[in-house]
Design a protein around this ligand. Structure first.
Ligand code: AMP
Length: 188
């Protein structure tokens, strides 16, 4: 993988491990010469991961809609910045420019980005790996609800396999590098 999108919070959250994992994720991407693609903010975990990649001399592509540029405090030191008209265009450009997606802790925006890219994969609009980094059990409740959706007949086994989950970044990256599962036809 040459480029990975990371979806994460525009806040840092209360647990200091969240910032620590964002920083080490940035360092690991840099060490592996993988370009970071993200939402271009310089606040929260978004800012932490971007700085970690930049401090290690590697590439960061930020993609941000014009109306958020001010509000979200756009990072001014990125190696590449694309300003879009809409949130939808932002997500489309991030997806086009990435070979895979990693989700760190975050809020509604992070979940929106996670589920949109997951839905696109379920619908076979792409077949790029999606990795959920479950730092300190942050996503345990979400994963429990996903299992509930499976149990209640809204998801198939193959749908569950579309997301790789780990509490270790290196493990996640190794699993994401394996040949991807092809999404089953959702409507069959
Ligand atoms: P959050 O996880 O809510 O801190 O937001 C993290 C990322 O999601 C940032 O790049 C935000 O621009 C984006 N974001 C925030 N709110 C929304 C929203 N309502 N819909 C889609 N993306 C959002």
């Amino acid at each position: 993988m040459k480029s990975i999108s990371v979806f994460c919070g525009a806040n840092t959250g209360f647990d200091p491990d969240f910032s620590e994992i964002a920083r080490s994720t940035g360092e690991t991407l840099a060490k592996r010469s993988i370009r970071l693609v993200y939402g271009a903010g310089n606040i929260g975990l978004m800012g932490v991961i971007a700085d970690a990649v930049l401090e290690n001399g590697r590439q960061v592509l930020g993609v941000i809609p014009g109306f958020l540029k001010e509000k979200e405090v756009c990072h001014t030191g990125l190696t590449e910045l694309i300003i879009t008209q809409t949130m939808h265009k932002r997500k489309e450009i991030m997806a086009e420019n990435s070979d895979g997606f990693i989700i760190l802790p975050g809020g509604f925006g992070t979940l929106d980005e996670f589920f949109e890219i997951l839905t696109w994969r379920q619908l076979r609009l792409h077949n790029k790996p999606i990795g959920l980094l479950n730092v300190n059990g942050f996503y345990d409740h979400l994963l429990a609800h996903v299992r509930k959706m499976w149990k209640e007949g809204f998801l198939k086994d193959s749908n569950l396999a579309l997301v790789t989950v780990s509490d270790s970044l290196n493990d996640l990256l190794e699993k994401m590098a394996l040949p991807a599962n092809i999404a089953e036809e959702k409507w069959l």
